[in-house]
Design a protein around this ligand. Structure first.
Ligand SMILES: NC(=O)c1ccc[n+]([C@@H]2O[C@H](COP(=O)([O-])OP(=O)(O)OC[C@H]3O[C@@H](n4cnc5c(N)ncnc54)[C@H](O)[C@@H]3O)[C@@H](O)[C@H]2O)c1
Length: 262
């Protein structure tokens, strides 16, 4: 277990926080007593509007998390007023059906893996120096099992989980805690067009973003690494680990069921 994260008085940045899960995290962190919450999003106008809607100490800014210079700029700007206690690396895209195009591999790799590396490279040394800090990586249950609709999404989310584990192992004894959020389906813009045959439906009913935020607060307060808003994701992962061939057959059958609509 890591150290419990105490919300009151803390400074928190949420990337991809203008919408969906990130917005719900920002809202919940403020309700938990965070002193400053910064919503950083590719859509800067929406980030500012979201922060204005939340009120209090919320601030919004434009940020492309795939641009390391821009990430450094936001870290410096926020830390001019005090250290960042928790960085939620949450921005993501649900792109890349099937095997995906070269562009889809490029964007998912840069957003779901390298963006977390930029933050780790820039912020973890500062956290180590201070002897405290927390990084939350939003991966997905697709990074624990797989999402049979999209190879780029699944593979890069596996990369996000692997990176979060690596960071937790390397920096846990230096005062830096890492958590990894792996939801199944959540009702956001990303899943708004999911039809009845969307692979995400295999995980059961979709949660609301506020339910995910509830799980995140509970896990961070307990100092847990893996955050599974839907506990059945753990069962799915255990099935995969215990008999890989049986799990692959089961996934092929599940895909056939989805395609036939039965
Ligand atoms: N919705 C789901 O079912 C689900 C399930 C598991 C994991 N996730 C993950 O949760 C995270 C949030 O997704 P969501 O469902 O809230 O989607 P969403 O589309 O509602 O929000 C994603 C946000 O990320 C922002 N963004 C995209 N590219 C960016 C960039 N380069 N820099 C900064 N911001 C950028 C978007 O502007 C948007 O505000 C993603 O990492 C996603 O992969 C979602």
């Amino acid at each position: 277990m890591g150290r419990p994260f105490i919300f009151p008085g803390r400074t928190i940045v949420v990337t991809g926080g203008a919408n969906g899960i990130g917005y719900a995290l920002a809202e919940r962190f403020l309700a938990e007593g965070a002193a400053r919450v910064v919503i950083a999003d590719l859509d800067g106008e929406r980030a500012e509007a979201a922060a204005a809607g939340l009120g209090g100490s919320a601030r919004g800014c434009a940020l492309d998390v795939t641009d390391p210079a821009a990430v450094a700029g936001v870290i410096d700007a926020v830390e001019r007023e005090g250290p960042i206690d928790l960085w939620c690396s949450n921005a993501g895209v649900g792109t890349g059906g099937g095997l995906g195009s070269a562009d889809e591999w490029d964007v998912t790799w840069r957003l779901h893996v390298q963006a977390h590396v930029h933050v780790a490279r820039l912020l973890i040394p500062r956290m180590v120096e201070r002897g405290s800090g927390h990084l939350l990586v939003t991966a997905s249950a697709a990074g624990l099992v797989t999402n049979i609709d999209s190879a780029p999404y699944s593979v890069t989310k596996h990369g996000a989980v692997a990176l979060a584990e690596w960071l937790a192992i390397r920096h846990g004894d230096e005062g830096v805690d890492v958590s990894c959020l792996c939801p199944l389906g959540v009702n956001t813009a990303m899943t708004a067009d999911d039809g009845p045959d969307a692979a995400t439906r295999l995980g059961g009913d979709y949660l609301e973003p506020a339910d995910v935020a509830e799980s995140v607060v509970a896990a961070l307060t307990e100092g847990r690494f893996l955050i599974l808003p839907q506990p059945q994701a753990a069962v799915m992962e255990q099935r995969r680990a215990s008999d890989r061939d049986r799990w692959l057959s089961g996934m092929r059958r599940a895909r056939a069921r989805l395609r036939s609509g039965s």
